[in-house]
Design a protein around this ligand. Structure first.
Ligand code: C2E
Ligand code: MG
Ligand code: MG
Ligand code: MG
Length: 289
């Protein structure tokens, strides 16, 4: 690429195959060092309850502060991490870091908010999830009922029965289970039927054109009705506009997450918001920050 070899590269720069292999190898090497050097950070995105206007939860979202490059999102490096065999190590690190942060907020007297963590299906399938979560809760002191594990339904779960049992055990600890990106996979309804689930997170692709696409509006309406008839709580992801918000309110959606309220924030900035929430006497109107 332009950066690595210094050649001018106008408009479109498509690395050739050996360059691509070099870049991928470099990415894997950098990722291995990133964990040791403490270059990963967790950002937190608020989830706002529409009935109260208050923050009900936050989702932990991984970021990599890559030297000389900047802040990267998981889409830029998770596949590379997987190829480098680092997924487990990174997942453990995120779980530990985010649970510690949430336990600290509690100790600081900040409002109790749920912590959502994206659980990789590898951990779930490996049978290590229960021990890992139990251990992390014990070490950090986070209340189990404040933790929610997000399972992406697009992820391949090979053994449904084993996965269901694992999730059931986690739930017995008090941990909640959410299905992430709901509606995008092949198996949405099978997931809801097979797994003990507390919450559905409507995929942002259905929310994006909610105001203009009648089909998306119908799908969102149906997911909310389905979820509610199963006793599940519904979060809409990727809410960016007041128009989307009001349609979701009309449909009885429980919570929203998206840029309309807030982007994912570094820990310190989230704490500022939680501190502000603390001093508010009455319900806070849902307003962009
Ligand atoms: P996700 O769990 O569905 O997370 C929601 C994604 O939507 C996040 O992208 C978030 O930044 C983005 N988002 C939030 N609000 C809006 C909005 O209003 N509009 C739009 N267009 N996007 C919005 P992000 O942080 O890039 O994460 C992408 C995916 O990477 C996540 O999707 C999740 O599947 C995965 N991921 C993130 N953190 C972790 C982690 O710690 N471990 C694992 N295994 N996966 C992670
Ligand atoms: Mg998620
Ligand atoms: Mg999602
Ligand atoms: Mg996702």
């Amino acid at each position: 690429g332009a950066k690595s070899d210094g050649r001018a590269c106008w408009r479109l720069c498509v690395p050739n195959l050996s360059e691509q292999a070099d870049l991928a190898a470099r990415l894997r090497t950098d990722l291995r060092e990133a964990l040791e050097r403490g270059e990963f950070v967790v950002h937190y995105q608020p989830q706002v309850a529409l009935s109260t206007g208050h923050i009900a939860g936050v989702e932990a979202l991984l970021r990599w502060n890559r030297p000389g490059v900047g802040l990267l999102r998981p889409g830029d490096f998770l596949q590379g991490a997987n190829e480098a065999g680092l997924t487990d190590a990174i997942d453990r690190w995120v779980l530990q870091q985010a649970c510690q942060d949430a336990a600290d907020w509690h100790a600081m007297g900040l409002p109790r908010v749920r912590l959502g963590i994206n659980l990789s299906p590898r951990i779930l399938g490996s049978g290590q999830a229960l021990d890992l979560v139990t251990e992390t809760l014990a070490i950090t002191g986070l209340e189990p009922t404040l933790l929610e594990l997000e399972l992406t339904e697009g992820d391949l779960v090979e053994d449904f029965e084993a996965a269901g049992e694992m999730l059931g055990s986690l739930r017995q600890l008090g941990v909640a289970i959410a299905i992430d990106d709901f509606g995008m996979g092949y198996s949405s309804l099978n997931y809801v039927k097979s797994f003990p689930v507390d919450r559905l997170k409507i995929d942002q692709s259905f929310v994006r054109d909610l105001e203009t696409e009648g089909q998306d509006a119908a799908i969102v309406h149906a997911i909310i009705a389905l979820g509610h008839s199963l006793g599940l709580s519904i979060v809409a992801e990727g809410v960016e506009t007041v128009g989307q918000l009001s349609l979701l309110m009309n449909d009885g959606c429980d919570e929203i997450q998206g840029y309309y309220f807030s982007e994912p924030l570094p820990r310190g900035e989230l704490e500022d918001i939680l501190r502000r929430e603390q001093v508010l006497a009455g319900p806070m109107p849902v307003e962009p920050l």
